[in-house]
Design a protein around this ligand. Sequence first.
Ligand SMILES: C[S@@+](CC[C@H](N)C(=O)[O-])C[C@H]1O[C@@H](n2cnc3c(N)ncnc32)[C@H](O)[C@@H]1O
Length: 265
Amino acid sequence: MSLFMELDEYGASAEFYDHVPPYGDRQDIAFWTAAALESGGPVLELGCGTGRVLIPTARAGIDIVGLDQSRSMLAICKRKLAEEPAEVQARTTLVEADMRDFQLRRQFALATMPFRPFQHLITIDEQMACLQGIQRHLARGGRLILDLFNPSLPFLVDESRLEEYGDEPEFIMPDGRRVLRRFRTLRRDWLTQVQDVELIYYVTHPDGRQERLVHAFPMRYLFRYEAEHLLARCGFQVEAIYADYDRRPYGATYPGELIFVASRL
Ligand SMILES: C[S@@+](CC[C@H](N)C(=O)[O-])C[C@H]1O[C@@H](n2cnc3c(N)ncnc32)[C@H](O)[C@@H]1O
């Protein structure tokens, strides 16, 4: 077993990211590109990863800066961008930085955090440092869209998550490796709202050799009113809360998503 985390937490599994079936099938791209077009740009995407959202946004004609602390995820994004037309490349800038402490010396009409990068921040100080940094980078009237999962109470107490679980289909990498991903919650702390989770990749090489790679990380969940208070404390006014990427209102489905649209005060 190999355990990769620390400096580049996504390092060992970055190459799998774009091939994992539920990521490729996520129904959120139209939501993010519509929000980017409504803002007129430029957009700052924090935790842009492999460019899953960043590249379609640039294709839609919007200038976008993608910030991420993972060199491995950014390297994949760069490779993908290199295959895009020159005008799409010209609309994108990638920055390797920590969203808790960044200074880009420009302002944006919209800041986004698609697919929950904010939940990698564990303490209130980290969360506030990130939100205050975003606040400083937004132009007057600029907006932030914060994308969280809505914590499901049955899920949080489900004992079976402490064992390996998962029913995702196996996927095949371009070099022929077969990969099966499973999950485990190693530890959960109901007081700090932190879960130590593992994404476990079982890799079968074309020559039959097998590997087990573990992407282990803590993740913090936030409840609706907590996030609202946090946003207010960091200089934002909540304009809308959605339960899904079709903009249905928060509460329309349970647990659904917890997506905030907030404007800079
Ligand atoms: C689940 S991925 C989401 C990637 C992309 N937004 C998407 O929708 O596919 C989370 C990303 O957040 C990044 N991330 C986590 N903590 C970060 C931090 N403190 N600063 C910058 N990026 C961070 C990770 O490196 C990873 O690329």
